[in-house]
Design a protein around this ligand. Sequence first.
Ligand code: PLP
Length: 242
Amino acid sequence: MTDRAAEIAANLADVRARIAAACASAGRSVDEVRLLAVTKTFPAEDAAVLTDLGVLDLAENREQEAGPKAEAVAGLRPAVAPRWHMVGRLQRNKARSVVRWAAEVQSVDSARLAEALGRATAAAIAAGERAGALDVLLQASVDGDPARGGCPLEDLPALADEVIRSGDLRLRGIMAVAPLGMEPRAAFDRLSGAARRVRAGHPTAVELSCGMSNDLEVAIDYGSTCVRVGTALLGSRKLASP
Ligand SMILES: *Cc1c(COP(=O)(O)O)cnc(C)c1O
């Protein structure tokens, strides 16, 4: 094992222990929380090491970086099939590219984007570029600040209806980042209430993607089913990441 692989393995053991402890104190099973490794700004080799360690859910936040990286990892580890997740802001003109590599897009925050992804998915299936439907999470904005992306909480049920209307999208749940300057408990409390309201109308929307390196314990306490962890697994990012 290389030094880097050993470092990532040790970080992964720490993160898994944190998740297990948080689940235990929340009275939840560890099987209810998936770990998404956020590999943005890190090389394909690091993502390949994560797959060696059994982490097959990988996430990126920029389409331009993610497509080539997913391809590079497939070249490095042809026998494994990681699931790639898009967790960053996405422009509609990138829909056709993102559906070539992403199993799931967690950052759907407008009806127009949902519609573009639905069309792109249908076209990619027809062209033999993907096998089936695209899993989708609605990105919620807990503080309603439009500058940082995300759909205001009160508009989520209408956006969920829009996703359902597009045949090739599968509504899986809600995603959010705790706003800067808001106490994580307050943010995740509001978020989990909004997620429950969406689920009432859309029973397939079971996922609540929240919690990152710094706040995953609080997120698990409020019902997170998917924590997105970058820094705690791979170290601090040297490049600026929007
Ligand atoms: C970068 C990123 C993460 C991971 O953040 P860390 O603090 O490095 O764990 C999670 N979610 C999104 C949307 C991100 O862009």
